[in-house]
Design a protein around this ligand. Sequence first.
Ligand code: CA
Length: 227
Amino acid sequence: MTNILLVEDEPAIADTLRYTLEQNGLQCLWASTISEAHSLLSQSIDLCILDIGLPDGSGLDLCKEIRQQSDLPILFLTARQDEIDRIIGLEIGGDDYVGKPFSPREVCARVKAILRRTQRTESAPKVKKLFDIGKLNFDYDRRVLRGNESYEQKLTSKEADLLKLLCENTNDVLERSVALNKIWKDDSYFNARSMDVYITKLRKYLRADPKLEIVNMHGRGFKLLTS
Ligand code: CA
């Protein structure tokens, strides 16, 4: 049985979501505050749906707290563009987000997509996806970038998807439209500015090797240069 923890303070939203998730064979636990979520997190949870504005704090802080202890997949619910920018831009480690208002079916589809991705990573034998980027190694499946000595950077799933595309197109242009289509196809909230936020983060991660560069190809897209 797959257990979803839903942290959402508006009962009407929580009710419809729970109903849809359960119709789709997913068990759903509901917490309306961060402190309720804390007590439910001791149970075996497969994925957390997390609202940001909660009565006793911010979902972003709860996410950071969860991340210190586990890789539990997290899907954010958010009402505002500036919250989306924070989810993408900070070291929060969410797996995906859905903007409010949303349809419960859309949330359910995202949940299933994340579960497919994470369960595949955990169990099935798979083709290894390891990339050498200059002096760094990128392990796509584990979503980690490593350098010599102790450099290690965890990536969110979308960051990893974007870096993989850049690696597959090393020294060649990765068109914006290609990246948008492959990674953010179903995301009507995602725009060019959001993609720039991701690129800025990847540039920061790649600084461990000063020769690496992600160049902006005006109007077209980006190019990863390795020397
Ligand atoms: Ca709320």
